[in-house]
Design a protein around this ligand. Structure first.
Ligand SMILES: [Zn+2]
Length: 359
């Protein structure tokens, strides 16, 4: 029988501890649950520390940072085990920058934000997007859009409202406003006044269907049981728009849309007038890339738009989809494959998915 040396015994004891596997894998899920110190360097680390791996015979495990320090070890400069985990620090930092962007007179530049955060502009851009799902610029634009919406209900003139909201020139606002309001500010202020919307309600295999179109393209497709309720919803969204029904020329468009809803794989080549926030637009664009016959999860979509932590916001954007079937939010299911909710009724979602799977 071999006699083990003292070193070998120490190493064997460490390696047989389940915490060693977490250290060897640098598994960040164990960060905060325990710490380990290294005798030869005199420092202690989080399990995920990226420093050169220690030899097991030199490692001791500790339940807390305080315990490691009482044993005489210093915090590692690389993984900073005496501070909050990196993800928490970054979330706090980004939250602070969001408040700064919201209260700034003018949209701060990326350089100004980076300087404030003590990071390079490139790194800040990446961290900000990871936490919020938006770039700092898009966040600022979306926030100002909300202020514009609020101010338009209050200010005497549209120009006052634009300056109140922190836009430095009318031209700039009009440039951005198409995306955030979906119509000119004057039209939005008046609830869609000067916007012509034609609509018609037909029947399809899924029940009543409303199709509405502005001068720019299809702006709503809705499904339901009650045609009158669909018309009322459209009216509520655009209370001041000129809504026109009963246009014979429009029936062809409705027939086209109905044909598409019955067989989405055929595709529909119509311009869309999609109105939503920058984030919603990105989600809807990602949905349009999901082919008929396939399903994805909310986390798939979150990952595809580069915002892996924004699953809840993705689900909300799916729920706010204005254009049924063409923006196929029905192809999003839960991670376990179960159907989740559907703005136009979960039975219609099931029916659509069954049909697409069979096609
Ligand atoms: Zn470390």
């Amino acid at each position: 029988m071999n006699m083990m040396s003292h070193t070998e015994l120490l190493a064997a004891a460490t390696v047989s501890d389940p915490r060693w596997a977490a250290v060897a894998a640098r598994d960040a899920r164990f960060d905060g649950q325990f710490f380990y110190s290294v005798k030869t360097t005199g420092v202690y680390c989080r399990p995920s520390c990226g420093a050169r791996p220690a030899r097991p015979e030199n490692v001791t495990f500790h339940a807390s940072a305080a315990e490691a320090e009482r044993a005489g070890f210093r915090p590692c400069k690389r993984c900073k085990p005496d501070q909050a985990p990196l993800a928490e620090q970054q979330a706090a930092l980004v939250a602070g920058l969001c408040r700064f962007i919201e209260t700034a007179e003018r949209a701060p530049t990326l350089e100004a934000l980076a300087q404030r955060a003590g990071m390079s502009p490139w790194h800040l851009h990446r961290v900000f997007k990871e936490v919020t799902g938006l770039t700092p610029r898009a966040y600022g634009a979306a926030h100002r859009a909300q202020r514009v919406r609020a101010a338009l209900g209050r200010s005497d003139t549209v120009t006052d409202a634009i300056y109140d909201a922190g836009y430095n020139s009318n031209g700039r606002f009009y440039e951005e406003s198409d995306g955030v309001l979906g119509m000119t500010p004057t039209a939005f202020r008046a609830g869609g006044v000067d916007t012509d919307i034609r609509f018609a309600i037909g029947q399809c295999a899924l029940g009543a269907i409303l199709v509405a179109r502005s001068e720019r393209g299809v702006c709503a497709i809705a499904l339901g049981d009650d045609p009158d309720a669909l018309a009322r919803e459209l009216q509520d969204r655009f209370p001041q728009a000129r809504l026109t029904g009963d246009d014979p020329a429009f029936d062809r468009l409705v027939a086209q849309v109905v044909g598409f809803v019955e067989a989405p794989a055929r595709g529909l080549d119509l311009p869309l007038d999609v109105r939503g926030t920058a984030f919603q637009q990105r989600v809807w664009q990602a949905l349009r890339a999901v082919p008929s016959g396939e399903t994805v999860s909310y986390s798939d979509i979150a990952a595809r738009i580069g915002a892996p932590n924004a699953q809840r916001a993705v689900a909300q954007a799916c729920g706010a989809n204005p254009i049924a079937v063409v923006i196929p939010c029905h192809r999003v299911v839960r991670n376990d494959g179960a159907l989740s909710g559907y703005r136009w009724g979960v039975e219609r979602k099931r029916e659509l998915l069954q049909r697409e799977a069979a096609a």
